[in-house]
Design a protein around this ligand. Structure first.
Ligand code: EPU
Length: 422
């Protein structure tokens, strides 16, 4: 680890107290930003989280011809004047997975999209075959080579598309491509994540005709090309950041209000937290969280929404690592999403990986040492684990955390955690 690069230092903390505001969702705002390619005019997004991925998406959109400007710390203006390039530069696309979300809008509105294979967290293979086959069914011609994807279509047409897996990205690209397709597009087994509902709601405000919002059966009636308009839209709050603050209280102890957490978007994970002994009380504006003396181990498997999101898993594994008993965790989405376990083991966690399962035997306490954040959510989980570790936990490669967490250190220290960024 380069000693000059920023690190987060966490010491054993708790009980935590006070309140923390949940910021806007990364996995919503990035898709809303990409959707500005669908309509000319000004968009104003509010509740935008201050995260690096927003800057990366902004750079990508600027390179395509959209003008972006911060109107306030969480308010972003995006102006699409219609002068749009359909070639997405490699350096912007390579940094984040959500860059693939420009594919549907560019193709349906401007007839073409040339884009590199998207980057993002490395969880092993992350194919986009479902995006491609869906768009082909709608009449797109898509050429792929080792470097990039070239998609074009004079005009897309509606189609009936049944996804073999409820992919978030494929649902979003087919949905946005369907906006100007001729006729009606049906997406069956569509992903139902709340962030997709947020995207649908903004598209409807822009003038799109979508039925079945929030369900696995989306019906999109194509609109006349160019007929949608810019809107003002508030980004939905981030359920994964909310879950992170609940996990912090669970592991460090305390009594905290997690303001802006939406329990209706987090039912399954709240059930799991509750099974571990955490008390969670819905309030007018979020959740009140109190922790038990010691957490109880749980078993769980990740699944598409409304199941336990794979993004919650590192947090639950960190909690299990100090819980009483043994927990078995099964990863069903990204087989390679276990890289942080080695780092948790450096802190003294007792975890064995077997294929896509992890067996976690709770230990009395963790012991701080130097660890490395392998991706966004795993980085946050190491921070949370550090709250329960004796001594000092020093987390490196925190640029991963910065991609998706809006001031994690400031928010946790506001709750009384012993945490600094150096
Ligand atoms: N898949 C395919 N073919 C496809 C698309 C997906 O086989 O064409 C497979 C993937 O390989 C993977 C699974 O389906 O095994 C899930 O992929 P999905 O398309 O649902 O996920 P994604 O769009 O790549 C988004 C989030 C992830 C989150 C997953 C699952 C964004 C930018 N990313 O990824 O978030 O884990 O959904 O909920 O929205 C994060 O925020 O830290 C993060 C990784």
């Amino acid at each position: 680890m380069n000693n000059e690069s920023p690190r987060i230092i966490v010491r054993r903390s708790g009980p935590l107290s006070g309140n923390v505001q949940v910021p806007g969702a990364k996995n919503s705002v990035l898709k809303l930003m990409a959707a500005t390619l669908l309509a000319e005019g000004e968009f104003v997004l509010t509740n935008v989280p201050a995260i690096a991925d927003v800057d990366t998406m902004s750079d990508l959109l600027v390179a395509l011809g959209v003008k972006t400007k911060w109107l306030g710390p969480h308010e972003l203006s995006l102006v699409n004047s219609g002068n749009i390039s359909t070639e997405a530069p490699f350096e912007n696309v390579d940094k984040i997975r959500a860059s693939i979300n420009v594919l549907g809008p560019l193709l349906t509105h401007y007839g073409q999209a040339l884009i590199n294979w998207p980057g993002g967290d490395d969880f092993g293979g992350r194919p986009i075959d479902l995006h491609i086959s869906g768009l082909e069914k709608m009449g797109a011609t898509i050429e792929q080579n080792l470097l990039n994807i070239n998609a074009y279509a004079q005009e897309l047409h509606g189609a009936e598309i049944e996804l073999s897996f409820a992919s978030v990205g494929a649902t979003e690209n087919i949905l946005t491509a369907a906006i100007y397709a001729k006729g009606t597009t049906v997406i069956d087994n569509a992903a139902r994540e709340p962030e997709i509902g947020d995207l649908c709601n903004m598209l409807v405000a822009m003038g799109a005709q979508i039925e079945g919002i929030g369900t696995s059966h989306l019906v999109i009636h194509g609109s006349k090309k160019g007929s949608l308009r810019g809107v003002r839209h508030a980004v939905i709050n981030d359920r994964v950041q909310a879950a992170t603050y609940i996990a912090a209280v669970a592991i460090a102890g305390g009594d905290v209000q997690v303001r802006g957490a939406r329990p209706e978007h987090m039912e399954m994970v709240i059930n799991k937290y509750t099974q571990m002994g955490v008390s969670i009380y819905p309030q007018r504006d979020g959740l009140r969280v109190t922790a038990p003396e010691r957490l109880a181990a749980i078993d769980f498997a990740t699944l598409p929404y409304p199941g336990i999101a794979t993004d919650y898993k590192p947090l639950l594994v960190a909690m299990n690592s100090v819980a009483s008993g043994v927990g078995i965790v099964t990863e069903n989405l990204f087989p390679g999403r276990f890289r942080y376990i080695e780092e948790l083991c450096k802190l003294g966690a007792d975890i064995r990986i077997d294929g896509h399962h992890a067996v976690i035997k709770g230990v009395d306490h963790l012991i701080g040492t130097a660890v490395t954040a392998p991706d966004i959510r795993a980085g946050a989980a190491l921070v949370v684990a550090g709250l329960a570790a004796h001594g000092e936990t020093v987390i490196g490669e925190i640029h991963h955390i910065d991609r998706g967490y809006d001031d994690l250190v400031g928010r946790l220290s506001g709750l009384g955690a012993d945490i600094t960024r150096v």
